[in-house]
Design a protein around this ligand. Structure first.
Ligand code: EPU
Length: 426
């Protein structure tokens, strides 16, 4: 059945205390599809993306593409974009300020039209999220940027290839520079570039559109600008963060589950961690059988880091899973400065968690108790649902619209994994 656009999720009520047992198929990746949608502006042809998740951030990006004049169809899990005629290069809609990915339109609009006017991007409340690296790198490529109070404009007489050295790894800035470089004059070298799977998938999509992109070293790309890109059809990979979230929920509840369409290759860090926790798993191509019914251990010394390190997007779900294990744990957040709201909410459920500077200290407890909690960001929201599923009694999570930004079917997925009833109550 085609999925309808839904934005009615606010308060969830769930009852926990049971091990998860069941199976689920992993959805397409949010952070892969969003830059791909932006990249569709780089061709006057058609872009067809399959395996797209029905999530709020995707809906917002589609609205922004329509505002620029694109014709967009989203049926089942296929998005078709016809960007043959653009009506402008300015985004006025306030919804651009609600998502981080709107900034990705900068690189592709500059590539296509030489000009872009955009509001400052938004996103989850996880700390300051500046765009200085995006802007500095694009300036090196001959783009003139002017900042206003609510928006910024960028203009170029032609993007120039340049050598760009990243001193801080940034997924979004890498994606913007790649999109700007594919139609630039000359050669662009990106050094110290983020190598997250989503960045590499964007490169693969662009290559299929006719771009010339070489990975010349571990974290170096060489891009030779071409005159034009062509129509493309591309399948969005599965979401490694959604897969990780659900696996950590099974670990936290000491359950047993089966997952299909898992991007196994990109989840090695999580698998080695599950192994250290004494969780058994069997991998068969893109299927994973996970058994967390044994004697599960807490583990310490985990730091979030850029790929291939432990992803910051799984920090809060990991902390939820660690609250009831057998050892003290310390988890260090090195990417975002304020990604701690959810783990502090878990204290209301009886978790023994403290945060000092960027470190989260977890003392294991015997049980968590259902409680009223407040969601303030996407992954934190998923983590609070995990904690609710681990807890005895009923949890009411307020602010769950954040979860719909990235999880297509969190209620149905957890029900398929054997969770008790999860109800939308507001
Ligand atoms: N940074 C700067 N200046 C910049 C850009 C980034 O200082 O111009 C800093 C950030 O503040 C952060 C660090 O660099 O401290 C890394 O940020 P990055 O640019 O890599 O993050 P992003 O591109 O804004 C993407 C994902 C995030 C994910 C991060 C890190 C998308 C749409 N978002 O964000 O996903 O956490 O990379 O892997 O791809 C999520 O899915 O819940 C989510 C937040």
């Amino acid at each position: 059945m085609p999925k309808k656009r839904r934005d009615d999720l606010n308060k969830l009520e769930l009852t926990g205390g049971q091990p998860l047992r069941g199976g689920v198929r992993i959805q397409g990746s949010k952070n892969a599809v969003l830059p791909m949608l932006a990249a569709s502006l780089l061709t006057e042809g058609r872009t067809v993306l399959t395996n797209c998740p029905h999530i709020q951030d995707v809906y917002i990006m589609i609205d922004l593409l329509k505002e620029l004049g694109c014709k967009v169809k989203f049926e089942n899990h296929v998005i078709e974009i016809d960007a043959s005629v653009l009506s402008g290069c300015e985004i006025k809609s306030a919804s651009a300020g609600r998502v981080r990915s709107s900034v990705m339109l900068l690189g592709s609009l500059l590539g296509r039209c030489g000009k872009a006017i955009l509001p400052y991007p938004g996103g989850c409340v996880i700390g300051k999220r500046p765009i200085n690296i995006h802007l500095e790198m694009l300036r090196e490529m001959g783009v003139v940027i002017e900042k206003d109070k609510d928006c910024f404009s960028a203009e170029t007489k032609g993007i120039q290839g340049a050598t760009l050295q990243f001193f801080t790894k940034s997924v979004g800035a890498a994606e913007n520079c790649i999109m700007a470089a594919v139609l630039a004059k000359g050669v662009t070298r990106l050094r110290g570039v983020a190598i997250e799977p989503e960045v590499m998938e964007l490169c693969n999509l662009l290559r299929k559109m006719g771009a010339v992109i070489l990975r010349t070293d571990y974290d170096e790309l060489l891009i030779k600008g071409v005159k034009k890109l062509k129509s493309v059809e591309y399948s969005v990979p599965s979401d490694r963060i959604v897969a990780g979230t659900y696996m950590l929920a099974v670990a936290g509840t000491r359950g047993k589950a089966y997952f299909s369409d898992v991007p196994v290759r990109h989840m090695q860090m999580l698998f080695s961690l599950l192994r250290k926790m004494n969780i058994e798993y069997v991998i068969n191509k893109d299927e994973v059988f996970l058994d967390a019914t044994g004697n599960i251990h807490g583990i310490s010394g985990i730091r979030t880091a850029s790929y291939p390190g432990f992803p910051t997007d799984l920090q809060s779900p990991l902390v939820a899973a660690m609250t009831m294990q057998d050892k003290k744990c310390i988890v260090e957040e090195t990417i975002f400065e304020e990604r701690f709201h959810a783990v502090l909410q878990m204290r209301k459920m009886g978790a023994d968690i403290t945060v000092e500077a960027n470190k989260i200290f977890i003392n294991p407890v015997q049980t968590l108790k259902g409680s009223d909690v407040e969601v303030r960001d996407l992954r934190g929201g998923a983590a609070l649902v995990i904690a609710g599923l681990m807890a005895e009694g009923t949890t009411v999570a307020d602010g769950c619209h954040y979860i719909e930004r990235g999880y297509e079917n969190i209620i149905e997925d957890f029900e398929n994994l054997g969770a008790g009833k999860i109800q939308i109550i507001e």
